[in-house]
Design a protein around this ligand. Structure first.
Ligand code: SAM
Length: 290
């Protein structure tokens, strides 16, 4: 963890680095999303109150997102709503990339690194089930979990591929792409469960991210939208990578509308760097076009 703290200090300065570190020791409530392929936000509130769960709060920037103010995951996973795939447990930060992607009817959308499928199912739901979604995942076990989640959430028409997305044929092209890249997880660190962070591991993640990002930019149609995200707050995996790779593909960042109440770290226009807090995991998103 010392190497991580040193990098945070260099990147953000002592004051902001200490804000990030206090986010690492925060306990977060359970958060979840109504799956609008099967239900609505108001039906979820009603069904939960029928089970005696009333301590549920809305999120200002997403009508389908909720915070469970008291209780744990098992309070939700024990409900019919959960078993029927009408709700999906997901961190608030990880709900952001599909919202930035703004999926629309008829669009051809690629989710490059998709398991266990939280963002894929959100993309399908946001398009009302009317986008043509392809989801890739390289790891066979995680792919199986994704298939299960897609089915349970009513998104079984997604074209799911167990493959290395960086080896996809350049002949393919998509209107929109989500690259929720594998990363060090430096945004989701918890002081109660420290990660083994080394500079070598960081360099390995950046190499994989660069390869996937270059592929994403090749597969993106001209004028299309690419959302790049990580659950890392390290600039090496985010801003620095983008500033190196985007110019090679004549790609650029697109402005992002503000999200009310989101705790942000300083980051360039066209990106969001979410500070870890007692409600949010640390996270990064960028909206890109070419
Ligand atoms: N988007 C997912 C969600 O919201 O549920 C989380 C994705 S997780 C951050 C990154 C995933 O990328 C992991 O499941 C990992 O196995 C997968 N992955 C890593 N390298 C990959 C590659 N080259 N091609 C496809 N999947 C890859």
């Amino acid at each position: 963890m010392e190497q991580l703290y040193a990098l945070l200090g260099q990147a953000y300065g002592a004051e902001t680095a200490s804000r990030i570190r206090s986010g690492y020791s925060a306990e977060r409530p359970v958060t979840f999303r109504a799956n609008t392929l099967k239900t609505s936000a108001s039906e979820v509130i009603f069904a939960l109150s029928e089970c005696g769960i009333t301590n549920v709060e809305r999120v200002p920037w997403y009508r389908d997102a909720f915070i469970l103010r008291e209780g744990g995951e098992s309070d939700l996973t024990g409900t019919e709503l959960y078993r029927e795939g009408k709700i999906y447990l997901q961190s608030l930060s990880s709900m952001l990339p599909p919202l930035l992607l703004q999926p629309e009817t008829g669009e051809n959308i690629l989710d490059m690194t998709a398991a266990p499928g939280g963002k894929t199912t959100e993309i399908v739901a946001l398009s009302g089930g009317k986008a043509l979604v392809t989801a890739c995942e390289r790891d066979r076990i995680r792919f199986g979990r994704m298939k299960f989640n897609l089915e349970r959430q009513g998104a079984a028409r997604v074209n799911a591929m167990c493959c290395d997305a960086s080896a996809l044929d350049d002949f393919l092209s998509f209107d929109k792409i989500l690259l929720d890249a594998p990363c060090t997880g430096s945004g989701t660190v918890s002081t109660s469960q420290p990660i083994r962070f080394t500079r070598e591991y960081l360099a390995k993640c950046v190499r994989a991210q660069e390869k996937l990002l270059k592929k994403a930019l090749r597969l993106l149609k001209k004028g299309g939208t690419l959302v790049y995200s990580t659950c890392s707050v390290l600039k090496e995996e985010n801003e620095l990578l983008l500033s190196r790779v985007l110019p090679l593909a004549q790609a650029r960042l697109l402005p992002i509308e503000p999200f009310e109440g989101l705790p942000l770290l300083p980051s360039p226009i066209g990106t969001l760097a979410v500070c870890p807090t007692d409600l949010y995991e640390g996270f990064f998103c960028a909206k890109i076009t070419k």
